[in-house]
Design a protein around this ligand. Sequence first.
Ligand SMILES: O=C(O)CCC(=O)C(=O)O
Ligand SMILES: [Fe+2]
Length: 330
Amino acid sequence: MVETTSFVLGDHQHNDNYLASDEEIPTIDYSLLLSHDPYQRSIALELLAHACKEYGFFYLKNHTMPDNVLKNVLKGISNYFDPTTVDERRIYYENGPSDNVRWALKANDGENREYLKVVAHPKDLAPSNPTSLSKIIEEYNNEMRKIVVGLARAMSKNLGFDENYIEKAFHMKLGFDVMAMNLYPPISKSKSDIGLPNHTDPGFVITLMQDVNGGLQILSHKGKWINVYIPHHAILIQLGDHLEILTNGKYKSHVHRVIVNNNEVQRLSIVTLHGPSLDKFIVPDTKFVDDENPQNYTGMTYKECLEANGGNQIDVQSSLDLIKLVRMRV
Ligand SMILES: O=C(O)CCC(=O)C(=O)O
Ligand SMILES: [Fe+2]
């Protein structure tokens, strides 16, 4: 079983097919989005609108994630991925569909990472195992959710709605959050250059924090691969497929991947897909549909979207291609 072997000494050929440019990625100051000074706030909102429309991803600084919460989660996960206890983790490999935990160790040509995925919200779906992690994951996600709600309010205003618009459209109180904790090996222990192949992610936004930078690349609007170097303490925000659907493509999600060919040390990332509630039907808002902008996507519940590729909820694969309406040009 390829997926459950250990990372072994890499023997692949290095190649430069995965070069990306160091183009600047916008940085948004979270504290200014919430500023009581209307002038500061309006400038921050404008920068956010630009980042959402022209990029679809940005760094978020001066946010409210407490240092100790981030430290605890990085330390807890790093301990969890102890290579000497790998066998204890196999119980989460291809679990039953209702066990909201997934673990795998991928060491092959197309993917090199160890990961643990858990449902982090709503609480009644979140697993109590692994016990060593459930508390710190809960704490981290509670803090991250506050930040995500702040972003939802700012984006709602930018889209011309009242500030609760996105929270309601996605029924965020019961939002389905999946947390993926990824450990990428250094290139010396990787089977190929690829940590994680090209994909987009479902949901409203995807938040990412990490221990060190290394190998995440995003395909820009203009079709150029860009290296991601998250400033210390910042959060990478990527817009998800369901914000793209809701806005009928005004705000887009982006293909991204992880390339490990320059990584001398291992890297840990904590990625959370903040989704709508499972039963929420997501379809382009009529506000974004007119003669010039015909409806680009069909509607589906979030649950149907997550399961559309034959997986189940925790496999969280994008189904954007399946629900795009293909139009004949006349
Ligand atoms: O680890 C990273 O840098 C990206 C991971 C990712 O894209 C994902 O888990 O969906
Ligand atoms: Fe991703």
